[in-house]
Design a binder for this molecule. Structure first.
Ligand code: NDP
Length: 329
């Protein structure tokens, strides 16, 4: 038996609470691979889980954290040897399986991806589920036929994790990027450095009940839902494609069929949690090709494990920018 420190969500007489505790390895499930976690990160889901909010944790007690990057300690899986540096996003971690905001994790070797060059383990954690989802979104748009020559791509929630990585990936892949943010004054320079050609105030995208607007962009990477998604769809060019992955602005959106039936647009859903291995590897290869590690560092901050809950409060308050790595070592 080994002890380790981790953020664990529990049912208490006062409701759902997540606390930092000293844990026994016996708390973990029997999985084929044990990881010494070096880094995790704070995604929107982690922020909810760390503050006892509903919608993420499906069993309690549960070690939180939807990402884990670290070193294989032991594995019964044929792909992995002790010492291998690996990363894991989603696959139920921090939702219905014990997660990565802790020193030890027991995981399925089939879900792991090697930390790919040129990234360090800390940079792989900085990418995390948010960056992985940005890559899945771009892969989905391109599978659907989008190419840089078709026109600009709109990115919503630009200041957040998914948005920031999406801007960098799209720009490096040759797309003209329009970044949509609620904080245009504060974030203009940062988003431009990431590769945005234009920075637009989210208020400008409010469809105000109109189903169709001027046809301005060929693709959309949406991480916020709500009225912004409706506005993004209203401005898609004929045959354009949008991806939807998030609900920072709300799960419901005031959509209308008109852009679908008059302009032949498509809306593709992205689920990073249950992504098959081939697609996980394709997303990480895309990141390795098109995400400059130095640029990633400019939108990453690092906090110790003990500060994860405070960092999560910033995300819930809408003050988060870019990515937050949690140093678990
Ligand atoms: P962040 O908190 O890092 O970023 C969210 C961004 O959304 C904010 O920075 C802000 O950007 C914008 N935003 C926040 N509130 C509002 C609002 N009320 N109206 C419009 N925009 C708003 O989160 P992530 O980037 O990590 O995740 C974004 C979403 O994607 C979350 O809902 C998350 O759960 C989801 N997600 C889903 C995944 C999947 O597999 N489907 C995987 C990963 C994430 P700005 O200030 O620039 O406007």
């Amino acid at each position: 038996m080994t002890t380790f420190t981790g953020w664990i969500a529990r049912e208490t007489p006062d409701g759902h609470r997540t606390t930092l505790e000293e844990l026994d390895s016996e708390v973990l499930d029997d999985r084929d691979t044990t990881l010494r976690v070096h880094y995790s990160s704070i995604n929107y889901k982690d922020a909810l889980a760390l503050h006892g909010r509903p919608g993420v944790i499906r069993r309690r007690p549960l070690v939180t954290g939807i990402d884990a990057t670290g070193e294989v300690l032991a594995s019964r899986h044929p792909r992995w040897r002790p010492g291998d540096l690996v990363t894991l996003n989603g696959a139920g971690l921090g939702e219905d399986r014990h997660g990565g905001l802790a020193g030890l994790a027991a995981v399925d070797g089939a879900d792991l991806v090697p930390v790919p060059a040129p990234f360090t383990p800390a940079q792989a954690a900085a990418i995390g589920t948010a960056g992985f989802t940005a890559a899945l979104s771009l892969l989905a748009l391109e599978r659907h036929g989008l190419a840089p020559a078709h026109g600009p791509v709109l990115v919503t929630g630009a200041g957040g994790g998914v948005g920031s990585v999406a801007i960098a990936l799209l720009a490096d892949s040759g797309y003209e990027v329009i970044a949509v943010t609620g904080r245009p004054d504060t974030l203009h320079d940062r988003l431009t450095r990431l590769g945005a050609a234009h920075v637009v105030d989210r208020a400008e995208l409010d469809p105000q009940g109109k189903p169709l607007a001027k046809q301005r962009w060929a693709g959309v990477v949406d991480a916020v839902g709500g009225p912004l998604l409706a506005g993004a769809l209203a401005g898609l060019r004929h045959s354009g494609t949008a991806t939807t992955c998030g609900l920072a602005a709300g799960a419901a959106f005031p959509g209308n069929v008109m852009p679908f039936i008059l302009r032949g647009i498509s809306l593709l859903g992205i689920d990073s949690v249950r992504t098959p291995r081939e697609r996980r590897e394709a997303a990480w290869q895309l990141l390795a090709r098109h995400l400059d590690p130095g640029l990633l560092d400019t939108v990453t901050r690092s906090v110790p494990l003990a500060a994860a809950q405070d960092a999560a409060a910033d995300v819930l308050a809408g003050h988060g920018t870019g990515r937050t790595v949690v140093d678990v070592r």
